[in-house]
Design a protein around this ligand. Structure first.
Ligand SMILES: [Zn+2]
Length: 411
């Protein structure tokens, strides 16, 4: 057996799913075809993507360029397994008590505009079994997660109906503290009334999520709220789109102690691709921190009611600063994954890109079509196909199944 044949047999062995770490390290180069095969078998289910806030305005998801980073064509090119689509409710719906209305419109857009109009590519998924069945059928899985606990308008009856419509996780807050949970986004604002984490209503909502089988998502909540959730939740929790604070000091990222606690509870965190959550250099240079940008952003949020128009104006403003600030890189993403793996093991990390919810994406991971680059980078870092499979969907299946089990025990 010559070297080429040996390499070929090793790859065949790897693709059969029985590959060990030392063998991965012996292989120095991977062809695009090998990477794509491993990538597709690993069935990447991204935990967070905000493109529904664009499709809800009527953009055709089947066309290239529907979202800035996401559409049916680029998801297919990116060899994705599935997506937990975010029903993100901006805070301007809170004052008029229209948050649930907007959440329902977004859920409708995920079902009608993303899934049903592209049913040749997507199947619906509302359980771990659905995800695995879709994988077998060669279809991408479409799932719903609500972003912003204010969507339930402080009413568990609405929470339960959102579950019935297919919502399988909810971030307890967005960047705004609501009537029951503190947010990292305004925790230092003395004008905002805070609850020391979660108040009694917040605790009852977490327990109701446990009971009905909806994953509790700690992305966006304050550190105090995180620890209150750790104490309250009966089921493993997720951080759908948060990275590591020790590598990039952003309030939205998790500290090592938080990552350890999340892992101890059996949970997962999806690494967020926003440049200023990945790279300290990018964060320090972020134009969002410039006073003139802060002022203009506040003006847009207050004056522009149409969400798409607000996003357009915001992007136009940010475009002026493009090229001035360093971007994060593919290597930064792998560094964050690797940090979690070294800290608590490969069972607690996933991908939560936040595509179409972030302004700056890492070089090499510009949009959903570029995901195979991540698989190549992980293989080159010494990750085996089995480890990549866990990161891409295996860990989610474990947590989702455990959440279902806890729910069954509480009903
Ligand atoms: Zn978010």
């Amino acid at each position: 057996m010559n070297l080429t044949t040996l390499t070929r047999s090793l790859s065949a062995f790897a693709l059969a799913g029985s590959f060990c770490f030392s063998q991965a390290q012996t292989k120095k180069t991977w062809t695009d075809a090998e990477v794509m095969k491993i990538h597709k078998e690993a069935y990447l289910v991204d935990l967070h993507n905000d493109v529904p806030m664009i499709t809800v305005t009527g953009k055709d998801f089947s066309l290239r360029g529907a979202g800035q980073h996401t559409d049916a064509i680029r998801m297919k090119e990116g060899g994705m397994g599935g997506q937990m689509f975010a029903a993100f409710v901006p805070t301007n719906y809170v004052a008029t008590n229209a948050s649930a209305h907007q959440a329902l419109r977004l859920i409708d857009s995920i079902k009608e505009d993303i899934w049903k109009k592209n049913a040749a590519q997507f199947n619906w998924a509302a359980s771990p079994a659905d995800i695995l069945a879709n994988k077998k059928a060669g279809k991408m899985s479409a799932l719903i997660g609500i972003e912003g606990g204010h969507a339930i308008e402080d009413d568990v009856r609405l929470l339960r109906r959102f579950y019935e419509l297919g919502t399988r996780y909810m971030t307890l807050t967005w960047a705004n503290t609501n009537n029951w949970c503190d947010s990292s986004g305004d925790i230092n604002n003395p004008k905002v009334k805070h609850w020391g984490g979660l108040n009694d209503l917040g605790k009852s909502i977490v327990l109701e999520m446990n009971r009905i089988g909806m994953m509790v998502d700690v992305s966006h909540i304050s550190d105090g709220a995180f620890w209150a959730v750790i104490e309250t939740s009966k089921a493993p929790i997720i951080a759908s789109h948060s990275s590591c604070r020790i590598l990039c000091d952003a309030g939205r990222n998790l500290t090592d102690d938080m990552i350890k606690a999340l892992a101890k509870k059996g949970g997962i965190m999806g690494i967020n691709f926003s440049c200023d959550f990945l790279s300290q250099k990018a964060k320090d240079a972020n134009p969002m921190n410039r006073p003139e940008v802060v002022k203009e952003r506040e003006r847009i949020m207050a004056e522009v009611k149409d969400q798409q128009e607000a996003m357009k104006q915001f992007r136009a403003m940010m475009a002026k600063y493009r090229g001035e600030t360093p971007r994060a890189t593919l290597k930064d993403v792998v560094d964050h994954i690797d940090h979690v793996v070294k800290l608590v093991g490969v069972d607690h990390v996933a991908i939560g890109s936040d595509f179409d919810g972030i302004g700056c994406t890492p070089e090499g991971l510009d949009d959903t079509s570029k995901f195979p680059n991540l698989t190549r980078a992980l293989l080159e870092r010494g990750y085996t196909p089995q480890m990549i499979t866990k990161i891409y969907h295996g860990n989610l299946i474990r947590v989702f199944s455990e959440v279902e089990k806890v729910s069954a025990s509480m009903r």
